[in-house]
Write a protein that binds this ligand. Structure first.
Ligand SMILES: C[S@@+](CC[C@H](N)C(=O)[O-])C[C@H]1O[C@@H](n2cnc3c(N)ncnc32)[C@H](O)[C@@H]1O
Length: 288
């Protein structure tokens, strides 16, 4: 496990500012750009066009491809940390999957807007690090959450998920971040760390204003082996795994992004290298 920091410049900050991990629901919501309701809630097609197709560089469509390969419509499914629940709503709407969503919280406004558009939407509050689900399920989804807990809390997560699954039940999990290896270290702990200083100097040169640097403890990076070994401790065995999103980590860099966008050849080269640092790693575990 390696802590993962994100670096940015901010006109309202002087010098350096360190920001800790998100803990509260409103901090997670802010990290997702706010869980507000907007005109996308006017119709189902607007909702999916806004929050599913192409959202976050196609992240949710990668999830959807893997989930459909492993879940059955007969499954009784719980989604933990479902956030806006766009994946789950798409599966319910287009595939008639039986899914109950859950998260730390959900505003009354978002709940009402979601049910208004999707009357079959089911939701309850669940802190999966605090307790198992109140019922057992034949499948559990967890998309883009396990980057948050440290190792002790990730063990608690697997324990609670295992307790919430029927025997033979499945956990569909997304790593929510690239593996901890030399290439991800080079990008996150070297390139992006120093690139932000160059961007700050560039801004000073063009605007005459010296902005501060924000260092955010975003979360943790783990190898496949670390995730699989921890799941095994709680009777969850790996059945399948697929990697997606090979350019995301490179595209965090202002300079690499420009190179990747410049030519098809560059994009192909970075896509090949990106197989070592997939942003999305989907795991399917089954409970023994
Ligand atoms: C990055 S968002 C992912 C939301 C959604 N699954 C997606 O893929 O777009 C992380 C979500 O995890 C939720 N979360 C964080 N800690 C949690 C916990 N201990 N139990 C349940 N949900 C949690 C946050 O409230 C947030 O909605």
């Amino acid at each position: 496990m390696r802590p993962w920091y994100k670096y940015s410049i901010d006109a309202d900050v002087r010098g350096k500012k360190f920001v800790g991990l998100d803990e509260q629901y409103h901090e997670h919501a802010a990290g997702m750009g706010g869980y507000d309701t907007d005109e996308a809630y006017n119709s189902k097609s607007e909702f999916f066009n806004n929050y599913f197709f192409g959202y976050h560089l196609g992240r949710l469509q990668c999830y959807d491809e893997f989930i459909r390969r492993h879940l059955n419509k007969e499954d009784k499914i719980l989604s933990t940390a479902s956030g806006r629940s766009a994946n789950e709503l798409y599966l319910m709407e287009e595939g008639a999957y039986n899914i109950t969503c859950s998260d730390l919280d959900m505003s009354d406004e978002m709940y009402r807007a979601t049910v208004n558009l999707f009357p079959q939407f089911k939701f309850y509050r669940l802190n999966i690090l605090q307790s198992p689900a109140p019922y057992t399920y034949s499948a559990i989804l967890n998309l883009s959450m396990i980057y948050l807990p440290d190792d002790a809390r990730l063990r608690t997560f697997f324990q609670h998920v295992s307790q919430s699954l029927e025997s033979g039940g499945k956990l569909i999990l997304d790593s929510a971040g690239s593996p901890d290896n030399y290439l991800s270290y080079l990008i996150h702990d070297c390139l992006l760390k120093y690139e932000v200083c160059l961007l700050r100097a560039k801004k000073l040169f063009t605007t005459g204003k010296l902005e501060g640097i924000v260092i955010k403890h975003h979360d943790f990076r783990r190898t496949d082996g670390e995730i699989i070994a921890m799941a095994n401790e709680f009777g969850l065995k790996l059945q399948d795994k697929s990697d997606y999103a090979f350019l995301v980590e490179f595209k965090r860099s202002y300079f690499l992004n420009k190179i990747i966008s410049a030519s098809r050849a560059a994009e192909n080269i970075f896509t090949t290298m990106g197989k070592y640092i997939p942003y999305i790693r989907m795991f399917c575990f089954y409970k023994t």
